[in-house]
Write a protein that binds this ligand. Structure first.
Ligand code: FES
Length: 568
């Protein structure tokens, strides 16, 4: 009963009963119980990894995307079989979604590997879902296409447009400064996120959509299509159809995600003024295929790659404007002399073939030309020094450059609880020239590296009109946030990094020009303080235990060591 194609379709990954013929007979019987004809069951199978959830507003359009993908698969001669995976709704997870990204990646990898499919369409969108899907697909290394749910629309509100989530923070900062009443902030709350889709700015979700396309893992021109646009459904249909071609012997992720395509993705990350989180995710995706992302190399690329896209939080526009203004094609065209053009894509063409012709239309308010960039250097910069021997990241494109070269007095918060308890204390000894330092919010902390690096301006300073301060932590920051915020300090405090040793009143030197972050305390004193650092508390069971034992630092993408192609 077995045939000459034992690894295709339903014959793939047979359940082990000690009798392959029986396993196939039983599988077919059970598949027929779902009403499929024998003819359909002979087709190549395209799995559709869907991540819809009642806890994920950003995936509200998942059912219609799955339907459209199925339509594309069927029309192209395949059999679509969708399956659920973990879903990560950014604002619904505690302590933070990043902690569960690796769990989702394992789910995706193992379900691709265990079930009988010849190719897979991965449908995700919210911040951690796309990296989790790409990490899982890279490890499973079955032909795969990434489809994103697409960004929300920004909507008109009292003479301006509002979109999650840069505006969420802007209004919250105004509320904290006493500029908005309870009634006004309540009204805004209902107007920030009003359609299906992911955050409307160049936050982590949008950045990851651009990165997926720049890597070659999404169909060309699909990253910026709004969630509610009919083109989003056409992109799903086309992804389904393309997956059938891949199922018949197409490229695998390891042939698409290469050192060259990762560098292309880094260029795009810098040029779009993308999220700091995306650097962690791209590093983790690359690590699944044995590719290292070096922060020193990031700095070289950042100096050569201008910010071209004028979207919040770096600029003023929204993802729907990028879609209408030329999309990622316009960005890639501007960057073409900096890109590795021979990289293949899931669409079947190389980047060079894709970029044969200039885009038909580019709105230069949204995608600037190389000779008139938003800023001449890339959005992200890595800092090194005694406070961050393994590096720290700053999104300079969304920061106040007047704060880039200075030395400041440390005002230290020992963790998230301490921050919450004291940041608004009227007696807090703090001035606008001080550096706010948050400890124990890194990858190995119990909070799993939350997006707490965007420390609020102490209320008394906010009310006095202070808009930005230097803030330093081992935490992350939302891709939609802005400010002079130094993040991902490595090694983190929980792992014994020098960040754990900073005390109130210490001097810290920040120099973006010199790429420097120095704790101005001598080694003898640091050694004395290290002696008094309490040992970390570790979880005793379950996923939290696995996470605490295996999670790597930010410079290794916060992946689990055993999931990397080459463990460290
Ligand atoms: Fe899902 Fe922003 S909360 S993309």
């Amino acid at each position: 009963m077995t045939d000459e194609h034992p690894t295709h379709g339903l014959r793939r990954n047979l359940t082990h009963y000690g009798d392959p013929d029986f396993a196939l007979y039983l599988r077919r019987s059970f598949a027929r119980s779902m009403g499929y004809s024998v003819e359909l069951l002979e087709r190549p199978i395209v799995g559709i990894a869907q991540s819809g959830s009642g806890f994920n507003n950003c995936h509200r359009n998942m059912p219609e995307l799955v339907d459209a993908t199925r339509r594309g698969v069927l029309a192209a001669g395949g059999l679509p079989l969708d399956f659920p995976t973990v879903s990560l709704g950014e604002t619904f997870l505690s302590p933070t979604s990043l902690m569960f990204r690796n769990l989702m990646s394992m789910d995706v990898e193992e379900m691709i590997r265990a079930q009988p499919m010849d190719a897979v369409v991965l449908i995700g969108g919210c911040d951690k879902t796309v990296p989790a899907q790409l990490m899982g697909a890279a490890s499973a290394d079955l032909p795969a296409i990434q489809l994103v749910t697409g960004p929300m629309l920004a909507m008109d509100y009292r003479g301006e447009r509002l979109g999650a989530c840069t505006d969420c923070r802007r209004f919250w900062a105004r509320y904290r400064a006493g500029e908005l009443s309870e009634r006004q902030i309540d009204d805004v709350e209902g107007r920030l996120a009003t359609t299906a889709g992911t955050c409307a700015v160049m936050g982590t979700a949008s950045t990851m959509a651009c990165i997926a396309e720049a890597l070659g893992m999404s169909l060309p021109g699909t990253a910026a299509i709004p969630a509610v646009h009919a083109d989003r459904l056409r992109a799903a249909e086309a992804s389904g159809a393309r997956a059938v071609a891949l199922a018949r012997g197409g490229l695998r992720p390891s042939q698409i995600i290469t050192a060259q395509s990762v560098e292309n993705a880094l260029r795009v990350l810098l040029a779009v003024g993308g999220s700091t989180n995306a650097l962690i995710h791209l590093t983790a995706i690359a690590g699944r295929l044995g590719i290292d992302v070096s922060l020193q190399r990031l700095n070289v690329l950042s100096d050569e790659t201008p910010v071209l896209v004028d979207l919040k939080p770096t600029g003023v526009h929204y993802m729907q404007d990028l879609f209408a203004g030329g999309g990622l094609d316009a960005v890639l065209w501007e960057l073409r002399d900096l890109l590795h053009l021979d990289c293949p894509t899931v669409g079947g063409e190389t980047l060079r073939e894709r970029l044969q012709e200039p885009p038909d239309y580019v709105d230069r308010n949204i995608v600037r030309s190389r000779d008139n960039p938003v800023s001449v250097a890339g959005g992200l910069v890595a800092l090194f020094g005694s406070l961050a021997p393994g590096g720290a990241i700053m999104k300079r494109s969304a920061a106040d450059s007047r704060l880039f070269e200075r030395e400041g007095r440390a005002v230290v918060f020992k963790g998230l609880e301490d921050l919450a308890a004291r940041i608004d204390d009227p007696d807090l000894d703090v001035t606008a020239d001080d550096f706010l330092v948050l400890q124990r919010a890194g990858p190995r902390s119990a909070s799993g590296m939350p997006e707490a690096g965007y420390l609020p301006i102490p209320r008394k300073l906010a009310q006095a009109g202070v808009k930005d301060m230097v803030r330093i932590s081992d935490a992350r920051m939302s891709g939609t946030a802005y400010g002079t915020v130094v993040l991902h300090v490595t090694p983190d405090a929980e792992s014994g990094g020098n960040l754990a040793l900073v005390q109130n009143g210490d001097r810290i030197r920040l120099s973006v020009k010199d790429r420097a972050l120095e704790l101005c305390v001598d080694e003898v004193e640091l050694a004395r303080r290290r002696h008094h650092v309490p040992p970390p508390q570790r979880p005793s069971r379950g996923y939290a235990k696995l996470y605490a034992e295996q999670v790597l630092q930010a410079d290794a993408g916060c992946d689990f060591n055993f999931l990397r192609q080459t463990p460290l």
